[in-house]
Ligand binder design. Sequence first.
Ligand code: ATP
Ligand code: MG
Length: 759
Amino acid sequence: MQARPAPYLDSLNPAQRQAVETLDGPVLMLAGAGTGKTKALTCRIAHLLTTGRARPNEVLAVTFTNKAAREMKDRVGALMGATVEGMPWLGTFHAICVKLLRRHAELAGLKSNFTILDRDDQNRLLKQLIVADGLDEKRWPARALGTVIDGWKNRALTPENVPVADSSAFDGRGVEIYAQYQARLKTLNACDFGDLLLHVVSIFQNHSDVLAQYQRWFKYILVDEYQDTNVAQYMWLRLLAAGHKNICCVGDDDQSIYGWRGAEVGNILRFEKDFENAHVVKLEQNYRSTHHILGAASGVIAGNKGRLGKTLWTERDEGDKVRLIGHWDGDEEARWIGEEVEAMQRGTRGQAPISLDDMAILVRASHQMRGFEDRFLTIGLPYRVIGGPRFYERMEIRDAMAYFRLAISPTDDLAFERIINTPKRGLGDKAQQKIQVAARSNGVSLIEGARLLVAAKGITGKGFKELEKFVAGFDRWHSWISEARRSHIEVAELILEESGYIEMWQNDKTPEGPGRLENLKELVKALEGFENLQGFLEHVSLIMDNESEQDGEKVSIMTLHGAKGLEFPAVFLPGWEDGLFPSQRSMDESGVKGLEEERRLAYVGITRAEAICTISFAANRRLYGQWQSAMPSRFIDELPEAHVDVLTPPGLYGGGFGAAAAPQSTLHEEAASANVYNSPGWRRLQSRAAQRGMTQPAEAKNITIDATAVSAHTAGDRVFHTKFGYGTVMGIEGDKLDIEFDKAGAKKVVARFIVAADH
Ligand code: ATP
Ligand code: MG
């Protein structure tokens, strides 16, 4: 077939072009962020097809997410126009393996219509096996074993070849139960997520004819984000490419961020060893980001020891420096970002207007999203959450809210059904049926039906005690709410504690467990803005209703992990505080492995930005209902000065706080000792700003930050509170002040959240 002219080749630089045109043999493109790896990979597919080197179904391309696969499909289609019929095999490892496994299911002992179990199913099945094995399910929870088994599957280990070193897992019973679990899946004609790869790898290993067939079939193999492949994926690729060795992998060791899920950055580093005579292409020109953004990212990643090291340069303008701003607390941070997003959209930040679609807020942990979602909903700023449900749609949040709903309104049968057996109380389908019957035949709500059933001893075994406890719990919580003697926050916390719901997630050993607990804490935090639980639930139902799918521009909110490979003209990186980012876990760990992975995540975050990158942190976060001062992230110290602008936080030094008068200044020294403004990071920021002759943040003395300042207020003083605004002190009681707020009415607040105001 005659090669057609290829206009897409003109859009590539010489190194990329080489990577695209070197079609035979192994090719490795190892290069930094934004250097056009994905672009080159896409052109390579187009090139293979338009030159007639391969028919579409002879090309196998693996991407990391379904979203990336869709984008690549679109781009390949656009590059080729209508010249080629059909589409390559393009998708994630899992998506491609499902297809393969359906074809050869019988070789894995399955039928081609096998079902794929989700986590819940997986855990239920494991639990049965654990109990049958005589192990105490409380001490040896199914979820924990699920994680261990996933880990083995990531390493392509079937029960027969789990190494001896792992044989002590799960009280020495792990491998045995793993084998039983696999057998059970087969009888159910089912597999779990990890099996998709594992089965296909096993089929390839055990059936050389099948492997040979695919080796011939997939003439060209391409892999994006190669640095994040795990052992099973790596074996799968090696097996498939072993014949012709036409494999092209692209990646960046500095962006390996899935080590916690079994990814092995070593895979990319040993590529040249595995594939002899590999053609290695280095790309050094970054096309995405401005000079300052690139400089800031390079500065941070330089702090990692275990890296190959790469040079990156850009022809793009200097651009704006990375903006760095500290806020009083998380609410202030969310408020400020909301305003910035709106200002950028209008183009009032001295730039051309930026579409909301071109802006993203990238968080380290998904619980951070709640503050932004609430704020954006309040001000009517359209947003989308990428890579997961929105905060109030998450499972644990809906469960918790169902508890609150039922505690407020005992007739809420939907809430009852949702939580009657969550956590597990031995009240399965049978017991629930009895409750339904009792309720219906007496014309009462489900919880009343349950009460009748308990009274009539119509239920036996463990379920009886549990149901009795369940009903009594709700009676208690309902009366607390009606009496309103305890704060609604306390009631909410107690409900989640006493119901065993928190404990359920504390015992959860899956990687998602800690995140769910964080989300629940975040939920309790959200209650603070409301008078009572009822008001909060109304707020949530209103905003959720409001948010029914609107079209049009939206700002994106997602995790740093989910942002891999993407780019946005404007990026916000909030919550750069030690303990949040880097995560507490990575800081507690011995050695630097965890911390280096966090640093790579910082690098991924900054390099998503094309033109405007804003990093922020809050001086105070609420943790377990207590305010804690937070330290700016250690990564902030690593940002090279030359590429950073320190902004003056308006909430702290201007606006309401600017009005803070001097009387507290003598207290500052004392108060500051427990405060972020005394931290080395903050002091450095201040001195940097001073050196550059920038607006010097007003001295922190203007802020009352400690309970010691209580004596500074007397009845009649005008004060300011971040949430309630201006007000007048009416009385003082220990460290609490009675304040009549101009807008929010009478409130009792802790003195340290109050500053003096002059009007
Ligand atoms: P990451 O490591 O973040 O995944 P990447 O190396 O895959 O980045 P791409 O996403 O392919 O980089 O490209 C980054 C940006 O640079 C894209 O907007 C792309 O269109 C542009 N780009 C890539 N190569 C060129 C080029 N030769 N000329 C102009 N623009 C380019
Ligand atoms: Mg890419």
